[in-house]
Design a protein around this ligand. Structure first.
Ligand SMILES: [Zn+2]
Length: 83
């Protein structure tokens, strides 16, 4: 992999790219985003999100909220689901 990151938590450089289900939340609304690429520390399990990926999720979230975009692979979560 081109970019190597060092874990801020434990200092290990054994990080691996994984795809996870990311739960985005904003003011009580949730959006579950499958196949979100993250870096995970193999030593301590700390998860690191790419800023660009988060920005894209945020963009989709607000587009869906404003009905300018239909959720496709994004799933709208009912408010109480994770409470
Ligand atoms: Zn770590």
């Amino acid at each position: 992999m081109a970019h190597k990151i060092e874990c801020n938590f434990c200092g290990s450089d054994r990080c691996e790219e994984r795809k996870i289900e990311y739960l985005y939340s904003h003011k009580g609304k949730y959006l579950l985003v499958p196949n979100t690429p993250v870096e995970i520390c193999l030593n301590c399990g700390m998860i690191y999100y790419d800023a660009a990926v988060l920005k894209e999720i945020e963009h989709h979230f607000f587009a869906i909220q404003h009905k300018t975009e239909k959720p496709d692979r994004y799933i709208e979560m009912p408010e109480k689901a994770y409470a």
